[in-house]
Design a protein around this ligand. Structure first.
Ligand code: PAF
Length: 277
């Protein structure tokens, strides 16, 4: 496995590759990332994982500085998983000058995560477009754990006519249901036990929808109240259409229940798709 830090070296390494898959990450890899690698592996002759903690997608009071940088351990896991190239540029390589040209996703960037993290999806879309231009993959894999991010990037590829197939990957969960996330490592042992409440509440909503309930607002606010009563600070629990995250009507079939809430100093997100057809 080659570990490459510069765009020039990356281009030289990939020059003769015809079928490249990219798994973009910010490192601190867990089993969920390895799952993305496994999904990509049979689809491409050359598998590239990028590792870059992208300042542009963090708000001023978010965890950019303390986000764990674990390149050596990440490379070990990626080599074991059969990755061919790790692209780990530094900030100067990705942003050699202030990034004045950015990608502004459509209205979807102002909903849900975007409403609580202004500018986040601009930062994500901008760095992913740059990574696409640097790596020039035919395929890119994104986890549905970051559901809104996946939709933003799928739409970016469509609207900008990028010749890249976006493949979504299912969320990987711990045995108790907690969605794997690099941020789970911030949780204290007690918080880790409590953390599954987020999954339980969106799963309760999924079951209610499956049993025929359509009182979306009541289901959402019951979950928010229940989480807050347990000591969480809930940003949102929302039942939305899978296609565009807009509010569904009572006849919508493809729904997704999304939630974001803070437990102590850790902000967790999760979602579950519900197909009612
Ligand atoms: O999902 C992530 O880890 C990041 O948002 C991504 C897609 C690598 C862009 O920095």
């Amino acid at each position: 496995m080659d570990v490459i830090h510069s765009v020039a070296e990356l281009r030289a390494r990939l020059y003769n590759e015809r079928q490249v898959a990219l798994v973009p990450t910010m490192g601190n890899l867990h089993d969920g990332h390895i799952d993305l690698i496994q999904l990509a592996k049979p689809r491409a002759a050359c598998l590239v994982a990028s590792i870059f903690v992208n300042r542009l997608q963090f708000g001023p009071h978010e965890d950019f500085e303390r986000y764990p940088r674990t390149l050596a351990a990440d490379c070990e896991r990626l080599a074991q998983a059969g990755c061919n190239v790790v692209f780990a540029p530094d900030e100067q390589e990705v942003y050699p000058e202030p990034q004045e040209y950015t990608v502004d996703p459509s209205g979807i960037q102002n909903l849900l995560e975007g409403a609580f993290r202004p500018g986040h999806f601009r930062g994500v879309a901008t760095v992913v477009l740059k990574l696409f231009n640097m790596v020039q993959p035919q395929i890119a894999i994104f986890g549905k754990k970051d559901y809104q991010q996946y939709l933003v990037l799928r739409e970016m590829v469509k609207q900008l006519a990028l010749p890249i197939e976006i493949i979504p990957a299912e969320t990987v969960r711990a045995p108790d249901g907690l969605a794997l996330s690099s941020r789970n490592m911030y949780l204290s042992p007690l918080e880790r036990v409590e953390a599954i409440a987020l999954y339980h509440h969106i799963n309760t909503i999924r079951e209610a929808l499956q049993s025929g309930r359509r009182d979306f607002a009541a289901l959402e606010s019951q979950a928010v109240d229940a989480l807050n009563a347990r000591g969480w600070k809930t940003d949102y629990v929302a039942i939305r259409r899978q296609s565009d995250l807009m509010q569904p009507d009572a006849h919508a079939h493809a729904l997704v229940v999304l939630a974001a809430a803070r437990l102590g100093n850790t902000r967790l997100i999760d979602n579950l798709e519900v197909d009612l057809s």
